[in-house]
Design a protein around this ligand. Sequence first.
Ligand SMILES: Nc1ccn([C@@H]2O[C@H](COP(=O)(O)OP(=O)(O)OP(=O)(O)O)[C@@H](O)[C@H]2O)c(=O)n1
Ligand SMILES: C[C@](O)(CO)[C@H](O)COP(=O)(O)O
Length: 229
Amino acid sequence: MIWAVVPAAGRGARFGGELPKQYLDVGGRPLIAYTLDALLSHPSVHGVMVVIAENDRFWRGMDAVAGKPVLTCSGGAERADSVLAGLNALPDDVRADEFVLVHDAARPNLAHADLDRLLDLGCGDPVGAILAAPVRDTLKRAGDDGGIDRTEPRERLWRAYTPQLFRRMQLSRALAAAQAAGVAITDESMAMERQGLRPLLVEGREDNFKITTPADLARFEFVLSQRHR
Ligand SMILES: Nc1ccn([C@@H]2O[C@H](COP(=O)(O)OP(=O)(O)OP(=O)(O)O)[C@@H](O)[C@H]2O)c(=O)n1
Ligand SMILES: C[C@](O)(CO)[C@H](O)COP(=O)(O)O
């Protein structure tokens, strides 16, 4: 059984509005509830550590799901700070060498098939693994004037998703090292790569998208409407 750290301490600036996007209502439930359900309903997930903002006044708590613990701790200024805080707040009986999942609260549409594949392949990897998808569009480098400077080669380029799966202590140390070096870390894998490690890429579904803008939320609402047809 495995714990998941769920960074949920963001402000949602790119989304806009007063309410942080992870608490926006979707079909009568806050967005984060779908994310936590997707994790807690998986048989391999033991519990979740939800990392919320220091001044969060929206988190209403969540009863244990199927007897699985839902814990909270306070996050930090950046996502990486929140993830590190979540790792540090995990129960003491989560061993240093145990694998831990890190999954964005803002990715509510995680499929169990993807989580199965990530766990199967990642737990067998000496470093760990991330869900990701190959870049399938042509990539352009923008100039300052809004014109196209050049087309970037897209061979072997992938878009990182979450969950990302690493051993508790190894990830904590990698994140702390990046923090100490003042390096901005945008995902857990980047911190591990800085240590010279090469996490495994596990191809995931394109619909494991992150809710960043209102258009993403509309997409999720449509996806949900199709689930119950
Ligand atoms: N200091 C932070 C920043 C982000 N997150 C979380 O990390 C996930 C992915 O981050 P992102 O989509 O960038 O969320 P926000 O930071 O809220 O968005 P924005 O950058 O538009 O403010 C989200 O679940 C967010 O709540 C976090 O726990 N702590
Ligand atoms: C972790 C992540 O979701 C992988 O793509 C992404 O890096 C989060 O970026 P954000 O700017 O913090 O949303």
